[in-house]
Design a protein around this ligand. Structure first.
Ligand SMILES: [Zn+2]
Length: 351
């Protein structure tokens, strides 16, 4: 019997820094940055979209080896099955099952293929930790219940006014030349999705994630990149000294083999980590007020101010966790200034 596959699951809402964290973690020894594995079947297998290394996924040597062990001829069916099982309207029932201590997403015949994917990835990469940045909490719950998976949850949170602004940008799914755009929900919808996914992440794992739960705010990460990534690597079970930092806020990135995610996953070479704060200037007053009103409960919980420009309280957003791993640590001083603005060549505006 093989040992369980350690999966670091990045949970929360989109545009919260998950691509950045995944790509940087993928540089640590023994860590494989898999990207958004829930999209492997559709965007990777059916649509043959680019791997993080730039090749179409089916031509990437690593994924070619992994695919040989998977029922890829059923990829479209598996993708459709996942969409059906993870629908928003199933959320109340999912949380009810979780509260009762039942499996949140009921078992399904495709689960063997899904479990096989993680096992094959671990085997072919030799990684001790597989980073899955799928974000969607119901998918994380599904993965956590698969046989042979040891799930740790990294909850990434970002100011919802920033994520709502980010969602409105026009961006190609795989870069600026891709005619297919990343989704662009209106700000009210982005706000509600932020509230739902972050609340559900806390409900599912904040109090009792078996493998551990760590919450990190994008603002703290970009204010203090090296110590924050070190903490995340340690939490994941990787060597915290093995990171790609060439300075406190600069990393040297080599290509990853990540599936789906923000187009910034294709960046390589020296990359400074700075906060993208364009929204502070360019988000309209109306949008700011609307997002603030719709996410008020979450703003308080995660330590974000109501008023524009007001710093969050130091140490805010302290998670409820298992005490061992759930901590905000030294980077939690929300009031410190973050990075630079829009014209910086390497701002991280994230998926
Ligand atoms: Zn590749």
């Amino acid at each position: 019997m093989n040992p369980p596959v350690r999966v670091l699951y990045l949970a929360g809402s989109g545009r919260s820094g998950s691509t950045l964290v995944t790509t940087v973690l993928g540089q640590y020894p023994g860590v494989f940055a898999a990207g958004e594995l829930r999209y492997l079947w559709q965007r990777g297998e059916v649509e043959n979209r680019p791997c993080g290394c730039g090749r179409p996924l089916r031509d990437c040597p690593l994924w070619r080896a992994v695919r040989r062990e998977l029922p890829v001829e059923r990829a479209a069916t598996i993708a459709a099955g996942l969409r059906g099982r993870l629908r928003m309207r199933g959320l109340p029932a999912l949380l009810r099952r979780h509260r009762r201590g039942d499996r949140p997403v009921p078992a399904h015949p495709d689960d063997a293929a899904l479990a096989g994917l993680y096992a094959a990835v671990a085997r072919h990469t030799g990684a001790r930790v597989v980073v899955d940045s799928s974000k969607l909490p119901p998918y994380g719950a599904l993965v956590g219940a698969l046989p042979g998976i040891d799930l740790r949850v990294l909850h990434l949170v970002r100011d919802p006014r920033a994520t709502a602004f980010s969602w409105r940008r026009r961006r190609g799914l795989d870069g600026d030349t891709d005619p297919e755009l990343m989704s662009r929900p209106p700000v009210w919808k982005a706000a509600l999705l932020w509230l739902v996914w972050n609340t559900v992440t806390v409900r599912l794992w904040g109090d009792r994630a078996p493998g551990g739960y760590l919450r990190v705010r994008y603002e703290d990460l970009t204010a203090d990149p090296e110590p924050t990534l070190r903490r995340i690597a340690d939490f994941a079970g990787a060597d915290p000294d093995g990171g790609p930092f060439t300075g406190p806020a600069t990393v040297r990135l080599t290509p990853t083999h990540s599936v789906a995610g923000n187009p910034s996953r294709h960046r390589t070479g020296p990359v400074p980590i700075t906060a993208d704060v364009q929204w502070r200037r360019d988000l309209s007053r109306w949008s700011y007020a609307l997002v603030t009103a719709l996410t008020a409960a979450g703003l308080r919980r995660f330590g974000y101010p109501w008023r524009r420009g007001a710093p969050g309280p130091a140490g805010a957003g302290r998670p409820a966790g298992d005490g061992r791993s759930a901590q905000d640590g030294p980077a939690a001083a929300g009031g410190r200034p973050v990075g630079v603005g829009r014209s910086g060549p390497a701002r991280h505006e994230e998926g």
